[in-house]
Design a protein around this ligand. Structure first.
Ligand SMILES: NC(=O)c1ccc[n+]([C@@H]2O[C@H](COP(=O)([O-])OP(=O)(O)OC[C@H]3O[C@@H](n4cnc5c(N)ncnc54)[C@H](O)[C@@H]3O)[C@@H](O)[C@H]2O)c1
Length: 250
């Protein structure tokens, strides 16, 4: 994986940070993108301390000008990008009939439109190289349904379809596109807030017991799947949905 460059969005914390650190360990130079560059610095420092290469990129994925500037900085630092992990996302809860247009649009704008923007800005590098890996982080809620999360799971379902569209359109250019819908990955800002706010259907212990794999998921569990999908070995895998959910959705 040496000589490759990856962009990981939402990489200041949680699953994104784990993906960035894992890919860096595999020899990939990383663009650590998140809302502000300072928040990315911790991930960059950890990567550097472990002997890897990374640069902090402060940007909002739903703002095209910011994405274009961040991607330009990454290319300048480490050259063309051949791996993209679209991980940044926000959530939001509420009964469907009470949702406002603003609540709906806010989530769709980041999770779906933001992913569209970042992918469109990065993809030309992969096409030019004849090799690329697009990996989108969805949610198992998009597969199973989830109460009071209509905008979020609609955006995440959109990512599954977007991934399939990209797989079909860019396979002939040497680019694979796959989607990882996780579930019950704890220790991240998003999951800890949802347990603290009692937004989950079960408490953590009940959730552990309810699944075939009876433990909490870790950001590193997702990073392992992402690293494999980014590797040479996964070159015949495209358009696939690879759940990392402890068997909580089969
Ligand atoms: N943790 C879980 O159990 C779980 C389950 C299903 C799906 N997911 C998905 O995994 C991904 C990572 O989630 P996490 O649990 O690590 O959450 P997290 O909140 O810890 O991390 C998300 C990161 O994205 C960043 N971000 C948000 N909006 C952004 C924007 N507009 N531009 C740039 N960065 C932005 C945040 O600042 C944050 O650092 C998300 O796509 C989430 O939907 C997580």
């Amino acid at each position: 994986m040496a000589e490759r460059t990856a962009l990981v969005t939402g990489a200041a914390a949680g699953i994104g940070a784990a993906c960035a650190k894992r890919l860096a360990r595999d020899g990939v130079a990383i663009g650590v993108l998140d809302l502000d560059a300072q928040r990315c610095a911790g991930t960059v420092e950890e990567i550097a301390a472990a002997g890897g290469k990374a640069v902090a990129l402060g940007a909002d994925i739903s703002d095209r000008a910011q994405v274009v500037a961040a991607v330009a900085r990454l290319r300048e630092a480490f050259g063309p990008i051949s791996i993209l992990v679209n991980n940044a996302a926000i959530t939001g809860y509420g009964p469907f009939l009470e949702l406002t247009d603003e609540q709906w649009e806010r989530v769709l704008k980041v999770n779906l439109t933001g992913t569209f923007i970042v992918t469109q800005v990065v993809l030309p590098d992969m096409i030019a190289a004849g090799w690329g890996r697009l990996i989108n982080i969805s949610s198992s809620g998009a597969q199973s349904g989830a109460k009071h999360m209509a905008p979020y799971i609609s955006s995440k379902g959109g990512l599954i379809s977007l991934t399939r569209a990209l797989a079909v359109e860019f396979g002939p250019s040497g680019v694979t596109a796959n989607v990882v819908p996780p579930r019950f990955i704890t220790g991240t800002i998003m999951s800890e807030q949802s347990f603290a706010g009692q937004k989950q259907p079960r408490g953590r212990e009940a959730e552990v017991e309810a699944g075939p794999i009876q433990r909490e998921g870790r950001p590193e569990d997702v990073a392992g799947a992402v690293a494999w999908l980014a590797s040479e070995e996964a070159g015949y895998v495209t358009g696939q949905v690879i759940g990392v959910n402890g068997g909580r959705y089969i």
